[in-house]
Design a protein around this ligand. Structure first.
Ligand SMILES: NC(=O)c1ccc[n+]([C@@H]2O[C@H](COP(=O)([O-])OP(=O)(O)OC[C@H]3O[C@@H](n4cnc5c(N)ncnc54)[C@H](O)[C@@H]3O)[C@@H](O)[C@H]2O)c1
Length: 432
């Protein structure tokens, strides 16, 4: 098939590249010229394991076309995926749909023959109705079907998630669009029973409800971790003991810093906002959001306590700053809140992240990016294991840190408390 992905970010790029790998011709359109130019030169704008190889292979096969020319891409495609961002609005908690609607208004001018228009971006329930309303003239002439097909991939595992998804959700009441999309996904899904055909509004709400549920699960275990710290219980045992119950499941049950990333924070807020418009009080999700916001300060205050409330001139090392491993995405990473705070308290902050230096910290004089773990740790008072990249899991901290009595705050519980005790390392974990 001939596809067009509009918005070449984490979602548009990964899904476009994966669709091309199963034989489709894919136009990838972005308004950011630099991004398109560097993709045409073979450079990836994001860090995503495994993506480069598949991209280069399909570029060689001429199945991937990166362009800024929307008219050409749309005219040559049968299916149009809208993959632009839906961030939180500046002055409210609602999803900012201006990027989506801008695309729709452009499509209105371009479309002359039948196309399926899909929102892959995460959009609030009933957005598909609004899109259809903007395109009502095309709809009347049966030139379009507007479908919701939310994306569930996780950054860092995006290729595997896209190629072997737990489910594909297709929201439409058009038999024609449904048939075409079911066959598009068949090489990926292989078995029909992993495709859920539902209403467009249903598909939109499945995406938000899934993210809100996962965010709630994380906030839940993080609060239990707080209780563990007071009762001398190891949260790892609780996660294991709970997770073995199949009704609960082990995933998203690991305590750590406040959740971040480009999805959970904005999607939980947007869902609450949508519900408010219908006079529905989503009190559980509200609590999860509040709990997560409080957690940023809670862990920061714990750092102060670990350093005996003497922060001035202390050297703090962050190992990992991204919101999770195997991605370069810094959106809503809890490290931003913490580093801002310690910077104001006149600490010297050094950080190392395998995905490279981060623009958000470049403005701070006392925040330095180090090129490797050893230079980041060398004369540190406190090592904060913030993100669980594989290369942080087996460090010889005694060898790496030259300061006497240095401390370690392991926010991901990567290390054994007993081993740290035997090594005489001043060690603090989460919920233990
Ligand atoms: N990042 C994830 O892990 C993830 C997972 C599932 C769903 N989502 C959802 O997918 C959507 C996209 O997220 P993302 O992280 O890929 O976003 P992103 O910010 O990485 O990328 C969005 C891209 O859209 C481009 N764009 C904006 N307006 C455009 C226009 N008019 N024409 C062409 N290009 C335009 C931007 O230049 C940018 O490159 C969001 O709704 C998000 O919630 C994201």
């Amino acid at each position: 098939m001939k596809l067009c992905m509009i918005g070449v970010g984490y979602v548009g790029l990964v899904s476009g590249v994966c669709f091309s790998d199963v034989g489709n011709t894919v136009y990838l359109v972005d308004k950011n010229k630099n991004k398109i130019e560097s993709l045409n030169d073979g450079y990836l704008p994001i860090y995503e394991p495994g993506l480069e190889e598949i991209l280069k292979k399909n570029q060689r096969e001429k199945r991937l076309i990166f362009t800024t020319n929307l008219i050409k891409a749309v005219s040559n495609s049968d299916i149009i995926f809208i993959c632009v961002g839906t961030p939180t609005k500046k002055k409210s908690n609602s999803a900012d749909l201006k990027y989506v609607f801008n695309v729709v208004r452009d499509l209105k001018k371009i479309i002359k023959s039948y196309k399926i228009i899909i929102t892959k971006s995460t959009v609030p329930v009933c957005t598909g109705d609004k899109i259809e309303n903007i395109l009502k003239n095309l709809k009347k002439k049966n030139l379009i079907d507007v479908v919701s097909n939310p994306e569930f991939l996780r950054e860092g595992e995006a290729i595997r998630d896209f190629m072997y998804p737990d489910r594909v959700v297709i929201g439409t009441d058009s038999k024609k669009a449904s048939k075409i999309l079911n066959s598009l996904y068949l090489p990926i899904i292989k078995k029909n029973n992993r495709i859920l055909n539902t209403s467009r509004r249903g598909a939109e709400l499945i995406k938000y409800s899934s993210n809100a549920f996962l965010a709630t699960k994380i906030s839940f275990i993080n609060e239990i971790a707080n209780l563990c710290e007071k009762t001398d219980v190891d949260i790892k045992d609780i996660s294991l003991g709970m997770g073995l119950d199949q009704r609960i499941g082990e995933r998203f049950l690991r305590a750590g810093p406040a959740y971040g990333g480009s999805c959970f924070p904005k999607d939980t807020k947007a869902l609450i906002d949508t519900a408010n418009k219908y006079n529905i009080d989503l009190s559980i999700i509200k609590s999860a959001v509040k709990s997560n916001d409080k957690r940023k300060l809670l862990l920061t205050k714990k750092v102060e306590k670990i350093l005996n409330n003497k922060l001035i001139n202390k050297t703090i090392t962050f190992l990992g700053v991204t919101f999770k491993p195997n991605t370069d995405d810094m959106r809503e990473a809890s490290s931003i809140f913490m580093i801002n705070y310690f910077h104001k308290k006149k600490c010297n902050i050094k950080y190392y992240d395998p995905s490279g230096e981060k623009d958000v910290f470049k403005k701070f004089k006392n925040v330095k990016f180090c090129k490797n773990v050893s230079s980041a740790c060398l004369y540190s008072d406190l090592i904060i294991l913030h993100t669980e990249w594989n290369e942080f899991k087996l460090l010889n901290l005694k060898k790496l840190v030259k300061k006497k009595n240095f401390k370690v705050y392991d926010m991901r519980n990567l290390y054994s408390q007993n081993k740290m005790k035997k090594l005489n390392i001043n060690y603090f974990g989460i919920g233990r």
